[in-house]
Ligand binder design. Structure first.
Ligand SMILES: Nc1nc2c(c(=O)[nH]1)N[C@H]1C(S)=C(S)[C@@H](COP(=O)(O)OP(=O)(O)OC[C@H]3O[C@@H](n4cnc5c(=O)[nH]c(N)nc54)[C@H](O)[C@@H]3O)O[C@H]1N2
Ligand SMILES: Nc1nc2c(c(=O)[nH]1)N[C@H]1C(S)=C(S)[C@@H](COP(=O)(O)OP(=O)(O)OC[C@H]3O[C@@H](n4cnc5c(=O)[nH]c(N)nc54)[C@H](O)[C@@H]3O)O[C@H]1N2
Ligand code: SF4
Ligand SMILES: [Mo]
Length: 746
């Protein structure tokens, strides 16, 4: 019998609505849901491959246990028995920090990953926590924490209403947007230009976004910070500062003027490759636009001065009056939070509450920098990591200097992966626990609807039933086994703890609609049965549009959301400043101490002549690819080879590189061979290789990906450099040498 389901795609940040037609246990068709309130039918080529992912014969449907070096299928009880038997004694002997954890990107696209990782982290009791955030957006967390006191409040480009978008190191026509949830990001940018607005793309490559933009400005990799400082400087010298409504709530502007004084368009021209007149024009256009927003992503953040770049982006927004203004950089207040009107101010934001054992790298946002992981595994002594839990991640492909990490992981005494595949990372595990497929689980995008350019709620029912444990049960059982409660402890204990904790906090909170209510009454009023659903229901009902457990019968609840399979749209973003400010001073802090301190290093770096002999390596993404894990889908990898080294014709001629032939790319840490693609899409002096490839690792089980193996660009990225403020890795602007491989064809 055929049936139609409406779900949210969990593959990337765009949260597109999908219409899934099934016939029994088969998917007949997946297309964009035209009635989805947010995506209105948009879909990219990855969206429909939820079918292929679900049906992939390489996808694990039972746990795997490694015996004598080979994986064997096991029951869930056997898998948890092994964990309960091996891990707690190891931690007993070596201490809690002997366990390291890595949390990968798909956790932010998974309800259990959002709600049920905390119990595992608590049970682990380790400070050796790592995630994909320090190879990604950590600079934005840190500067948001420092500037407005909330590390998760990202300033979102309000593209639907903006007149001018200055986009630095982002390629939403391919990535579909990041740290700004906007399904059909390309269509929204097209609309911006159609209504007379301007999109300027700053990128060392003529990316798809740069091709579509009103203007492409080619910039030397790693130098966005200097462009932004010069723009801030021009605002000061040319009288363009107009903070506007938020002026009484901004501090540190004098320091900004002083700090940027030396960075004039003329002094940064050579370093950025952008002439001074262009920088002046850009600044004047930006300041003159009725609304404008500077927005940076991967190319702006994964560089040595990622945090200062992120900070400068927002300083530019603040001083031109574009922070928290429609069409500028706005903040999302998702339906499940509250926005009480209160005096600005709070506890502020701290980094470095603890440090890594070996190199004293500071903690950021509760975790340690990616570049610290290999040292923590390799270096003997008390607190050395001897076991790892990797949940939904592939650090052997996504972390810098990944060959070193491969060797380090191979030396572990015990390793658990929660992953649907035997990947380059999970192949090193002793136990693999597979999550449900995206079609077998319910979904609500807690992470990305919190950073959306509109206020939206949308819940997805599971498309298929399955006997496999749901991901919340899986995580709860893992937490219990890690915590020493054995392999047979009832996951309900964890479910109850989480729900009790949430309700207790709400009852105690004077802003909550259930403040002071009786807990049993609240519990009795929750009709939902799924563990994630019970938590979600409380969050929605106590949120800003919530029904408040009887206060507003028309208000939001999960039951109401279930009746709206295409989602509910609560409208555009609204102003949140100054009430949302949680800095100690109660102001928007433009001169936070860690930024001020790192500025000295920036000045020193600027004073050194830029190295001219090396090429600079940057990454790139492809529409049909998703980090390291969707290359096992045939329809996505067929066609032209994609893991190529892009080289400018002038560099190719100088180095004797021939289109289609192989070249050796080497950096301080390693070397790879990749086929050369000669193209003037990259600037002269820049080469580009995508990440997430290199699927020829022995022992992995990705049969399609192995035929399109490509090479791993993180064999070249260097873990000896990192952003000193945010702990973020440097994945772009890597100095490399390139040589032809004699007599080979790529
Ligand atoms: N199709 C697809 N979509 C994805 C993903 C995917 O792998 N594939 N991954 C998802 C994830 S996890 C994320 S975080 C987002 C990322 O989303 P984006 O940041 O929008 O995507 P990237 O393609 O990484 O874009 C970075 C751009 O920065 C440029 N760049 C490199 N170095 C510099 C520099 O120094 N300065 C400047 N100005 N530009 C530079 C690159 O050429 C590239 O065009 O995409 C998400 N969406
Ligand atoms: N050189 C370079 N390196 C980069 C980047 C770059 O631009 N250049 N980008 C960085 C960025 S932005 C990111 S986000 C990281 C990503 O880095 P990671 O998070 O380490 O890697 P992914 O490739 O996203 O792999 C995720 C793993 O999760 C599994 N998985 C998929 N769905 C689920 C699920 O529902 N549950 C569980 N438990 N597992 C699941 C997949 O099989 C895969 O093995 O890579 C970073 N690394
Ligand atoms: S853009 Fe992202 S969310 Fe939308 S269909 Fe493609 S992968 Fe899914
Ligand atoms: Mo990412």
């Amino acid at each position: 019998m055929t049936a139609t389901h409406h779900i949210t795609c969990p593959l990337c940040e765009a949260t597109c609505g999908l219409e899934v037609t099934t016939d029994g246990d088969r998917v007949v068709r997946i297309r964009g849901d035209r009635d989805d309130v947010f995506s209105k039918g948009f879909i990219c080529p990855k969206g429909s491959t939820l079918k292929q992912l679900h049906e992939d014969p390489d996808r694990l449907t039972t746990p795997m246990i490694k015996r004598d070096g080979r994986f064997q299928s096991a029951t869930w009880d056997e898998a948890f028995d092994l964990i309960a038997e091996r891990l707690p004694p190891l931690l007993e002997t070596h201490g809690r920090n002997a366990l390291g954890m890595f949390l990968g990107n798909p956790n932010v696209h998974n309800l259990a990953g959002q709600l049920y990782l905390r119990p595992i982290i608590m049970a682990a009791g380790t400070t050796n926590l790592f995630s994909a955030s320090t190879v990604d957006q950590m600079p934005k967390h840190v500067t948001s924490g420092l500037m407005w006191g909330n590390a998760n409040a990202f300033p979102l480009p309000d593209i639907d209403r903006s007149d001018y978008v200055l986009m630095l190191g982002a390629n939403p026509y391919v990535s579909n947007g990041s740290l700004a949830t906007a399904p059909d990001f390309p269509g929204r940018l097209d609309a911006l230009m159609e209504r007379g607005g301007t999109l300027v793309a700053v990128d060392p490559r003529r990316s798809k976004t740069a091709q579509k933009a009103s203007e492409h400005i080619a910039i030397k990799p790693g130098s966005d910070v200097y462009l932004l400082l010069a723009m801030i400087n021009v605002c000061h010298t040319d009288g363009l500062i107009e903070v506007g409504r938020l002026a009484p709530h901004v501090s540190g502007l004098e320091w900004v003027a002083e700090a940027t004084a030396g960075f004039t368009p003329e002094t940064v021209a050579e370093r950025t490759g952008i002439d001074a007149a262009t920088i002046r024009r850009l600044t004047h256009d930006f300041a003159a636009a009725p609304s404008a927003v500077a927005y940076g992503r991967m190319g702006a953040h994964t560089v040595e001065f990622g945090a200062i770049t992120s900070w400068a982006t927002d300083v530019l927004n603040v001083i031109t009056g574009n922070l928290d203004r429609p069409g500028g950089a706005m903040f999302c207040a998702p339906p499940w939070i509250r926005t009480p009107d209160r005096e600005p101010g709070g506890r502020g934001y701290q980094i470095g509450r603890w440090t890594s054992r070996v190199n004293n790298l500071p903690e950021v946002n509760g975790e340690l920098p990616s570049v610290a992981l290999a040292d923590e595994i390799e270096t003997p002594g008390e607190g050395q990591i001897k076991a790892m839990i990797v949940v939904g991640g592939n650090p052997i492909r996504s972390y810098p200097n990944s060959e070193r990490l491969d060797a380090a992981f191979s030396s572990l005494d015990f390793m658990i992966s929660v992953d649907p595949y035997i990947t380059e990372t999970s192949r090193l595990a002793d136990v693999i626990l597979p999550p449900r497929s995206a079609l077998e689980r319910t979904h609500f995008d807690l992470a990305f609807l919190a950073n959306a350019v509109r206020v939206v709620a949308n819940y997805s029912e599971a498309v298929f039933d399955t006997d496999a444990p749901n991901d919340c049960d899986l995580h709860a059982r893992l937490a219990l086994a890690v915590g020493g409660f054995g392999s047979t402890a009832d996951p309900q204990v964890i479910h109850d703890q989480l729900l009790d904790g949430l309700i207790d906090r709400e009852i105690a909170n004077t802003d909550s609609p259930i403040h002071g209510r009786d807990k049993d009454d609240i519990l009795a009023a929750i009709a939902e049965t799924g563990p994630a659903e019970r938590l979600l229901d409380v969050q929605l009902r106590t949120g800003r549009f919530g029904e408040g457990f009887g206060k507003d019968p028309d208000g939001l609840s999960l039951a109401k959301l279930r009746k709206h399979p295409h989602g509910i749209d609560f409208g555009p973003l609204t102003e949140r400043m100054p009430a949302m400010l949680k800095t100690a001073s109660g102001t928007i802090e433009l001169a936070p101490e860690p930024i001020v301190t790192d500025f000295d290093r920036l000045r020193d770096s600027f004073a050194q002549p830029a190295a001219t002999d090396s090429l600079l390596l940057v990454g790139r993404r492809h529409l049909r690819s998703n980090n390291s894990w969707m290359h096992n889908v045939k329809v996505l990898v067929k066609g032209k080879e994609r893991c190529t080294l892009q080289v400018h014709p002038t560099d190719a001629a100088r180095l004797g590189l021939v289109h289609g032939n192989a070249a050796t790319v080497s950096s301080r840490v390693g070397a790879v061979q990749a086929p050369v693609e000669v193209t003037d899409d990259v600037m002269c002096g820049v080469v580009s290789l995508p990440h997430g490839w290199g699927h020829d690792a022995p022992g992995a089980r990705l049969s399609v990906a192995a035929e399109h193996a490509g090479v791993n660009s993180n064999e070249l990225t260097d873990d000896s450099v990192w952003c000193r403020v945010s702990g973020n890795a440097v994945l772009n602007a890597i100095p490399v040498e390139v040589q032809p491989v004699a007599g080979t064809v790529g």
